[in-house]
Ligand binder design. Structure first.
Ligand SMILES: *Cc1c(COP(=O)(O)O)cnc(C)c1O
Length: 380
């Protein structure tokens, strides 16, 4: 029994909707499936304006344009994140300022942010790691005090919440991902959530190659023309059709991922109690996006990965902290110590977690982790 790390899945009418889109003769973006997805997300996440994009990376790039980043402007973010969080701003000439994460949630440490703010700071980017919410109250307060924008990287935060609100709907802008490794998928895919009214009109323009095409189609202007910078950030209807079926089934999918998360948690708890590993911060994940364990050291993690591989189990780690990557060193700067970031970068291991993983597979993974520690502690 081979256990992959991730496996994309069909949750309902994906293929039927794709064939409908084809038969209706609408393959370009912003047809009825794209609009249905946007409306669905607006209603279910309680959000003012949602625009589908072809990735979360694209949503972050749009957010960087919307925040009017100029050369040298600083953007405060964690270093323990995916490259797109930083790249989107670097492409506009911005400078990522990396601050450490908290040792418990692995999210940006809200208590260091203020000291990292300078005259040049324009944006704070909280990344909700594994769907665990950042301390948005404190972050929003700081942003208000220093007149900064808050752009949530909620790529992993679909349906996770913070104080009664959904992640991605709290900052000025939120960015979601529907990449095949996320909870709700469309292969590649994403959405930008615009929670600040003053940014909505410009967001539509940037997404439509810098034109007022959206306004034209609504009959609000009589000419469709180039009026601002922009690019092609909208996905094809085929993506919208696939995604709509996923959204319709997203409650069931999320509940199943949470069940898998809880099963891992319960099975591995004894190893944490004996002091061998650390389990994720939350006993109850709100969206079951990632299940990770923290090992004692980089060497131990490397050995555990090969041990699992021998049992046909693919477990993976991320991230190489951005502040220590070649591009991160070139384009960004570090504020303060990076102890917790380096720790997570060296010791975190993600276990297989996907919608169709079976109980038998979960048990094999957990048993294998146990077997490793029985063996490992003996040889140590
Ligand atoms: C997956 C991910 C992204 C990028 O999403 P894409 O849709 O693949 O562009 C950005 N940030 C974080 C934190 C992610 O996990």
């Amino acid at each position: 029994m081979k256990i992959p790390f991730n496996r994309p899945f069909i949750a309902g009418k994906e293929l039927f909707y794709i064939s409908q889109a084809v038969l209706e003769g609408r393959l370009a973006g912003d047809g009825r499936f794209t609009k249905n997805c946007q409306k669905w997300i607006e209603e279910n996440l309680k959000c003012k304006k949602v625009l589908l994009t072809h990735s979360c990376t694209a949503a972050l790039e749009m957010a960087a344009v919307l925040s009017e980043i100029d050369a040298g402007d600083e953007v405060i973010m964690p270093s323990f994140t995916f490259v797109s969080t930083a790249n989107a701003f670097v492409m506009r000439g911005g400078k990522p300022v990396f601050v450490d994460i908290r040792s418990d949630t692995l999210n940006i440490d809200e208590n260091i942010i203020e000291a990292a703010i300078t005259e040049k700071t324009k944006v704070i980017v909280p990344v909700h790691y594994a769907g665990e919410p950042c301390e948005m109250e404190k972050i929003s307060e700081l942003a208000k005090k220093h007149k900064l924008l808050v752009i949530e990287d909620a790529a992993q935060g679909m349906f996770a919440g913070y104080k009664g609100r959904f992640l991605g709907t709290i900052g000025d802008i939120g960015c979601l991902s529907f990449h095949e490794t996320k909870n709700v998928i469309s292969g590649e895919g994403g959405a930008i959530l615009i929670n600040n009214d003053s940014l909505i009109e410009r967001a539509e323009i940037i997404r439509e190659k810098g034109t007022n095409r959206s306004k034209f189609f609504r009959g609000q202007v009589d000419k469709y023309t180039w009026i601002d910078v922009g690019s092609s950030y909208l996905p094809s209807e085929l993506i919208g059709a696939f995604l709509f079926a996923q959204l319709e089934n997203s409650e069931k999918v999320t509940a199943e991922r949470v069940r898998i998360y809880n099963k891992y948690y319960d099975m591995l708890k004894p190893l944490e109690e004996k002091g061998y590993i650390r389990l994720p911060y939350s006993r109850n994940s709100s969206n079951g996006h990632i299940f990770y364990i923290l090992t004692e050291s980089l060497e131990e993690r490397t050995e555990l990965i090969s041990f699992l591989k021998e049992q046909d189990i693919l477990a993976v780690f991320h991230y190489v902290p951005l502040h220590s990557s070649p591009a991160g060193r070139k384009f960004g700067r570090v504020h303060g110590e990076m102890v917790n970031t380096d720790n997570a970068g060296n010791k975190l291991l993600r276990l297989p977690l996907f919608y169709e993983i079976t109980d038998e597979m979960i048990e094999k993974v957990a048993d294998s982790v146990f077997a490793f520690y029985r063996k490992y502690t003996k040889v140590r």
